[in-house]
Design a protein around this ligand. Structure first.
Ligand code: FE2
Length: 217
């Protein structure tokens, strides 16, 4: 997957294994284990693919008891910054998602909302996304959504976020080399030609780089 990403122009990538479930029992072990595995993997890759930079992260599920996750120091932020990638269930509820987002913000984190265009509560009322932005969260749109692989509705919503300058990041949400592949080149060209090259650069290079550096967007 990293070779695919590199050959399509990616020079840095945040590894975001799914993390946190509704079952909280194993998280303490899991965080340490994930960090350990990341370090081993990063060092192994450094020799084989030296021109791609790997950053630690996680796609944290927005569990309702996020305050416990914070208190137990179980949050896995992006590259040790205050940015946290967070996702919700596809048929979750707006109010619950907002409450979880609030808990992270109150703890001093900046939630990066993963693929907002895929949630049914956002697809029904895309304008509700403003409530997350007003709190200080930022949006990450999937390249696969823009390409239409997650359905027409997700595509429309994703596109409207791009058109209205609401998303900070377009990311691959890569899962394999054959499905949801780590290839941003097609969407990069699409945004370059339909909006501007500078906008594509912001969404797929500058903003992500500022996030891994912990800078304000
Ligand atoms: Fe996800």
């Amino acid at each position: 997957m990293l070779k695919v990403a590199r050959s399509n122009g990616t020079t840095g990538i945040v590894l975001t294994p799914h993390y946190l479930t509704r079952d909280m029992r194993s998280h303490r072990l899991k965080k340490q284990e994930l960090i350990q595995r990341f370090e081993v993997f990063r060092d192994a890759v450094a020799n084989e693919i030296p021109d791609i930079k790997l950053y630690m992260g996680a796609e944290m599920f927005g569990v309702s008891n996020m305050e416990d996750v914070v208190e137990d120091d179980m949050v896995i932020p992006i590259n040790g910054t205050r940015y946290v990638l967070i996702e919700f269930g596809f048929s979750d509820y707006l109010q619950r998602a907002l409450e979880v987002t609030n808990k992270l913000i109150n703890a001093g984190y900046t939630p990066v909302i993963a693929h907002p265009e895929r949630y049914s509560f956002i697809q029904r009322n895309p304008r509700d996304i403003v409530q997350f932005l007003e709190k200080g969260a930022v949006l990450q749109v999937n390249s696969s959504s823009l390409a239409g692989h997650n359905g027409a509705l997700a595509q429309d919503v994703a596109l409207s976020f791009i058109e209205n300058d609401l998303a900070a990041v377009v990311a691959s949400d890569a899962h394999s080399t054959y499905q949801r592949v780590p290839d941003l080149s097609e969407v990069y060209s699409f945004i370059s030609s339909n909006f501007s090259p500078a906008y594509a650069e912001d969404l797929m290079y500058n903003n992500p780089l500022n996030i891994v550096k912990g800078k304000m967007l």
